[in-house]
Design a protein around this ligand. Sequence first.
Ligand code: HEM
Length: 289
Amino acid sequence: MVHFEEDVGKAARFLAILPSFMKRIAGRNATVIDKRVQQCLDYLRPAIDDRMAMMTRFGKDWADRPDDLLQWTIDEVVARTQGPEEVARMVLFINFGAISTTSAAIIRALYDISVHPELVNTLREEVTVEAAVAEEGWTKVGINKMRKLDSFLRECERHNSPLPVTLSDGTFLPKGATVVTPTLATHFDEENYSNAALFDPLRSYKSDKSVQPRLTITSPDYVTFGHGKHACPGRFFTSDELKAMLAYIVVNHNVKSEYEGVRPENLRRGLTNYPNDTARVLFRKRQVG
Ligand code: HEM
């Protein structure tokens, strides 16, 4: 999955410099994408064959039919009368949107936490003492109770918005123009956030859980995951994943930045804002008991 994502990036950069009439042939012959699809299919085929066999034998809704991404993908591919290769393509495509986004988010969070050492205690307390894991264990319900952690992640995403500003206000957009949503401007607009430049990890935390805007809640003033019809469908998954990783880290480690109090600067690549990929964060395993 990870190699596929890297290869698509490389292929895109390579194809971008070729004239259009060469792109199709070069895309097939000079990139390794098809090989990655085959590799993915090798992994998935036994599972796909099992599911297909169950579908043939028991119809669409057999007892214990898995309710997971693989099954939804197979359902879609069967409805389109396509084959297993298409399942592999879809799974790769979905993971394409899932991996670098989530890795970047955990790096941003680690950089942010490394310059707020006091925050480690606040979050750790919530995870271990204030019931989350203590009451529910490492479960989805437990993760759902980590509301300070949720607020912290929401603030990390607001403050390090992945895409900076470009247009549009009715301006004519010629064919081929690049259009992006103004995430950074939205997240730093004082009309949306008071003291917007301030990183406040508990900005969204509310003692009344019914009014706390969660990391997964999109709105016109919180567009990390887009908003509306095409808002990121992976945001619930990524939220649980990020919270589980961070909760584990703060419970088991102390974290600080390499240069005390200095957060590694984000890097701009084209229109995208990436977390610094060479900076270091220091971890010390906690001595408990
Ligand atoms: C921190 C992590 C993530 C961020 C910041 C993020 C962000 C986004 C954004 C901004 C969009 C475009 C929304 C729009 O067009 O308005 C999007 C779409 C999408 N994301 Fe994510 N995403 C993340 C994680 C994931 C994960 C984990 C998955 C899959 C498991 C995923 C799957 C998708 C898919 C399939 C779309 C296309 C939706 C559509 O066009 O209808 N994303 N994401």
